[in-house]
Design a protein around this ligand. Structure first.
Ligand code: NAG
Ligand code: NAG
Ligand code: NAG
Ligand code: NAG
Ligand code: NAG
Length: 618
């Protein structure tokens, strides 16, 4: 367009020259000089001006004349005035030459502005094309949502046509972006969240446009919980994936106290367990329990299978898991008799051989966000993923999401023995951490469960040794008594086939699982003292060995004493009975208490108590 105009102007120019020559030579036609010169070249500067409403336009002829006599301006709507005496204060003279300043540009100012300069007998006319743009003082757009960990993400900051922009993210230097306003992030993290301040350079507008964009960075996560629908008596458990590009492949729920789970899918039910949610397509995984029973409360584990694109193939990913705790009182239901007393539970003891790796595990019934361990000497260890062979310790377990808190150390020293405390930070709650403790014993390859066993004559005692570092099969198992009687036993020696009528292998234990365990029943005087247990562990060359002291525990009465008491009591009862019989025979018809029951029930009670003593030690 510009080019064609210029060509026209040049063409006109030549035509004019010719005409002037003809006029001068022929002196025939009297052409008005004013008009002629008006057609002559005299471009405005700038030739094209884009200006936003409210701004000012500065126009002038690009040619300067000596002794300028007048400067006339013709507006697009046809008003002509001398710039020295403008019709309103919107207009003012601008520059040394012939120019005009137009204040607060409005839409009506769009068009061709002509400027005519006159000096002596010369006069020049030029024009500028003015395009008026809408003024932009505000720009708003929806918040920008990014996914945590996204890489090489291009973020469009405005859809406006701009020549540059200055972007400042929270807590970082601002950066100048030429042209279209967008930035590429190497990696999206939550640190870039917040309000981004953007200054835009827009055409026709001197003042920069300030734009605020809210940026949120969402982390892919499981949204877990439960809903109790009182009116329908339904318990819904859900495990939905938020902010993900992955697709669900399966959905499984399992009560942690049960050994089986439920395979839940869109539109599937077995009558009592049904799918809950808006579908796999919306990344929702849920279970509805109809008419929940006491068994349905407690801790549930949900496992969600996922897959995603890796390059141009779809690959299954590690399933996402979490725990859901459904307390009974949450649904206004209280079921009595469910509380288990943990006081009677023994402290967990782990046996480990020196220099061998060892693992300590704790388990929470809620999803965790972290866990750490306290060494018996107070040092803290926070397990991390195992990355290389040299690592001293690393995380062990399924995942923090499933409440697993475990640590493995590459080797043990005797200093590691003692009470270890695990600290677990629940995912959805602040405050005191959950703790548990485990006792670590550093032993040889075969270790006594209890180094000292209290008992008494006539009672039952168990001497229990087993392999350190987990269950390893034994080739044989033997014991040496305090008076040096060697006994070799295995599972085939039972109570019925007891050696010397009192030594047998502890029931429900097995050489295959690393147990070398002797039950003595009844304990004799000569059994009191130091015993040795020994076994050869499969694949090893050296026999493993430990010692156990069997001692008289004064707090338990010897069983034979109880027997004597029983006998004497029995005798008393017998005498009473005899006396009773005699009295009965003599006074039967006269006795007033003849309908009361016999006193023999007290004897039954006693015998039951003495039988209950035959329990096994750990
Ligand atoms: C202007 O033109 C007039 C006659 O047309 C002439 O007398 C005068 O000298 C010219 N002035 C200049 C400065 O050329
Ligand atoms: C989880 O364990 C804590 C104590 O360890 C217990 O108080 C709580 O009731 C348990 N929650 C469920 C749902 O089993
Ligand atoms: C997820 O499902 C959608 C719709 O069925 C499909 O377009 C997409 O490719 C799937 N992605 C993966 C990773 O399977
Ligand atoms: C605690 O024991 C560990 C392992 O033996 C050792 O590395 C650490 O220095 C000890 N810390 C203290 C405070 O003694
Ligand atoms: C051995 O195991 C069986 C079945 O698991 C059980 O019924 C029995 O009470 C156990 N015996 C002892 C002595 O623990």
């Amino acid at each position: 367009m510009w080019f064609s105009k210029k060509t026209t102007v040049i063409a006109l120019f030549f035509v004019t020259i010719c005409m002037v020559q003809r006029v001068l030579s022929q002196d025939l036609i009297n052409i008005e000089v004013k008009n002629l010169l008006k057609m002559q070249h005299g471009l405005g500067w700038p030739y094209v001006l884009r200006v936003a409403e409210g701004n000012e336009a500065l126009l002038r002829l690009d040619k300067k004349l000596e002794d300028l006599k007048s400067c006339d301006i013709t507006t697009p709507f046809g008003l002509t005035f001398d710039v020295q005496s403008p019709p309103s204060n919107r207009y003012a003279k601008w520059s040394d030459g012939c120019g005009v300043r137009i204040r607060s540009i409005a839409m009506t100012d769009e068009g061709r502005w002509r400027m005519t300069a006159t000096a002596g007998n010369n006069s020049f006319t030029g024009w500028s094309e003015v395009y008026v743009e809408e003024s932009k003082s505000t720009y708003s757009a929806a918040p920008i949502a990014l996914r945590d960990g996204e890489t090489e993400t291009e973020v469009e900051l405005t859809s406006l046509e701009n020549s540059y922009c200055l972007v400042s993210k929270p807590f970082s230097e601002s950066s100048l972006v030429p042209g279209h306003c967008s930035v590429t992030l190497d990696r999206a993290t939550r640190a870039i969240q917040g309000s981004w301040n953007i200054l835009l350079g827009l055409p026709g507008q001197v003042s920069e446009l300030e734009v605020q964009r809210q940026v949120t960075v969402e982390t892919e996560r499981l949204d877990v919980g439960y809903v109790y629908d009182r009116s329908e008596n339904k318990l819904h458990l859900y495990c939905n994936i938020l902010h993900t590009s992955k697709n669900i492949t399966f959905c499984r729920f399992q009560k942690t106290s049960e050994s089986f789970g439920y395979n839940i899918g869109d539109g599937l039910s077995d009558g009592r367990h049904s799918y809950y949610g808006d579908g796999f397509a919306l990344k929702q995984c849920g279970l509805t329990l109809e008419n929940p029973t006491a068994n349905d409360y407690g801790t549930w584990r949900c496992s969600v299978g996922v897959q995603m694109w890796e390059g141009n193939v779809i690959r299954p990913q590690t399933p996402m898991q979490a725990l859901i705790s459904v307390p009974q009182d949450a649904v206004g239901l209280r079921i009595a008799g469910q509380i288990r007393n943990s006081d009677d539970e023994d402290v967990r003891t782990i046996f480990v051989q020196s220099y061998m790796p060892f693992t300590i595990t704790c388990k929470a019934n809620v999803s965790l966000s972290y866990c750490w361990f306290q060494h018996p000497n107070g040092t803290q260890y926070t397990p991390a993923q195992r990355l290389d062979e040299e690592q001293l310790f690393w995380y062990t377990g399924e995942s923090l999401q499933t409440g697993d808190c475990g640590i493995t150390f590459s080797h043990t020293t005797s200093e590691d023995a003692g009470k270890w405390i695990c600290h677990m930070g629940p995912r959805d709650q602040l405050g005191i951490e959950i703790t548990d403790h485990v006792v670590l014993r550093v032993t040889g390859s075969l270790a006594a469960n209890k180094k000292e066993v209290g008992t008494n004559i006539g009672r039952t005692a168990t001497l229990y040794c087993h392999t350190a570092n987990g269950n390893r099969p034994l080739d044989y198992c033997r014991f040496l008594s305090p008076n040096f009687v060697g006994i070799r036993i295995d599972e085939s020696v039972t109570e019925n086939s007891a050696i010397l009528n009192r030594y047998y292998f502890t029931p429900n234990r097995s050489l295959d699982y690393g147990d070398c365990s002797l039950t003595i029943s009844p304990v004799n005087e000569e059994d009191i003292g130091v015993w040795t247990c020994a076994a050869l562990i499969d694949q090893e060359t050296l026999e493993g060995r430990d010692v156990i002291t069997l001692y008289i525990d004064a707090s338990t009465a010897p069983l034979f004493t109880a027997g004597i008491v029983g006998i004497s009591l029995g005798a008393v009862v017998l005498v009473v009975a005899l006396v009773g019989v005699l009295l009965y025979k003599r006074y039967w018809p006269k006795l007033p208490w003849r309908r009361t029951s016999s006193p023999s029930s007290s004897v039954d009670n006693f015998s039951m108590e003495s039988m209950s003593q035959t329990s096994y030690d750990q």
